[in-house]
Design a protein around this ligand. Structure first.
Ligand SMILES: C=C(O[C@@H]1C=C(C(=O)O)C=C[C@H]1O)C(=O)O
Length: 398
């Protein structure tokens, strides 16, 4: 439906249960689902793809959306994901039909208990790299940073899950979306036969009219089930010099990337906390006013990507360290996932806390920001906590 509908939703779409109905309606392969704190979207089918070309992707997306504009219809929308590597192909499409609903977190039905899948796959789990190898890569990066070679790098590891039957992706999405309804949950095709599915807490950038918002996260600690300990960990994170440094590197990069586009950019001087079911994060909400109304959400996202929350500083050195240290291809992980309409409004989310499903396999990804004060033990524990959300969703314990 439409931008106008988004601003003035039709009564039927305001009915309690509209957002959870979209969640229930999600079908893999044909559908693109994205829930944010502002909207719930379900795109079905594919009316147009984005052509290959030498011009920037954001321009090609704008041209496709402009060509599909009809005077009597709402502005068309593109949905999908962009990979971490700049030269890898995006997985974007203009759906035949986009259904909009208010946010999941405002839907009274979101609080209903999620029925557990009785027939859970019998997962075999392989860690790539092993936690020991991951710790060694962290130690090597720390030594190079202490020698002054670079400032920060984000190193990731994966879990490869294989089963004798295909996972139930709609059930997984329902579980993820209901567990963190304040975050960004998504399920989109990411390549032939592949689905990217996850629940990210991090907004790369959104644009609404001439207003932009970015919400970099960096600096994390696992939650505790003991309330007093959970609060103690949150308080310690807010005071941790190592995490404040790791966070500041990201905020500075976001500020520098967005400043040229803005007449006004507001960057709070100290971070606050956000929490997911599994982690506490340091968070800064950056807001700004656009200088040029023709700059789209994807123009802004492309200028920001990759932030040091997922790559490092300086970017080119960090990219090289990642390529040399990680024994797998990141694919869509640490890219972006989201939507944008022909007016240039949209939301692009950092693709983390996610997995890529293909047939009977699932590949889970988790990374952590490494700075000179990092330790291999703490970063291995942080990535284990980041896997936890997803492992619960698929019914695999580790
Ligand atoms: C890279 C990931 O997360 C990023 C790294 C964080 C950190 O190092 O503290 C926090 C949030 C994300 O920006 C991930 O979840 O895989």
């Amino acid at each position: 439906m439409s931008a106008s509908l988004r601003d003035h939703p039709a009564p039927a779409l305001l009915s309690p249960g509209a957002a959870t109905a979209l969640l229930e309606a999600y079908r893999p392969a044909t559908d693109r689902f994205l829930a944010s704190p502002r909207h719930t979207l379900l795109g079905r089918g594919s009316a147009a793809g984005i052509p290959h070309g030498t011009s920037p992707l954001a321009h090609r997306v704008r041209d496709v959306l402009d060509a599909l504009r009809r005077p009597d219809a709402p502005p068309p929308v593109v949905m999908g994901s962009l990979p971490f590597a700049p030269d890898a192909p995006p997985a974007l499409a203009v759906p035949d039909m986009v259904h909009w609903a208010p946010p999941l977190r405002e839907d009274p039905l979101i609080a209903l208990p999620v029925p557990r899948d009785e027939h859970r796959p019998d997962w075999r789990v392989r860690e790539v790299p092993s936690p020991e190898r991951y710790g060694e890569a962290v130690a090597t990066a720390v030594a190079r940073m202490r020698a002054g070679e670079f400032d920060k790098v984000v190193l990731a590891r994966t879990l490869e899950l294989a089963s004798s039957r295909e996972p139930d992706l709609p059930a997984m999405l329902r579980w993820l979306a209901r567990r963190d309804p304040d975050g960004y949950s998504f399920a989109v095709p990411s390549g032939p036969g592949r689905t990217l599915i996850g629940a990210s807490p991090e907004l790369l950038v959104s644009r609404r009219g001439n207003l932009l918002t970015a919400n970099p996260l960096a600096g994390s600690t696992p939650r505790s089930t003991d309330l007093a300990e959970d609060v103690r960990r949150a308080a310690a994170l807010l005071e941790s010099p190592k995490d404040l440094h790791e966070h500041a590197v990201v905020v500075t990069a976001v500020q520098e990337a967005l400043a040229p586009f803005c007449t006004r950019l507001k960057v709070p001087t100290r971070p606050t906390l956000v929490r997911t079911a599994a982690l506490w994060h340091l968070s800064t909400t950056v807001t700004g006013e656009l200088r040029d109304p023709d700059v789209t959400a994807l123009d802004l996202a492309s200028a920001l990507h990759p932030t040091p929350a997922v790559c490092g500083t300086p970017t080119d050195v960090a990219r090289a360290v990642i390529a040399a240290s990680e024994p797998f291809d990141r694919g869509p992980y640490t890219g972006m996932v989201g939507w944008q309409d022909a007016d240039g409004d949209g939301e692009w989310v950092v693709t983390i806390r996610c997995a890529e499903a293909e047939g009977r396999t699932l590949r889970l990804f988790a990374g952590a920001g490494i700075v000179a004060e990092s330790t291999p033990e703490a970063e291995t524990a942080e990535t284990a906590a980041k896997f936890r959300t997803f492992l619960h969703a698929v019914g695999a314990g580790l």
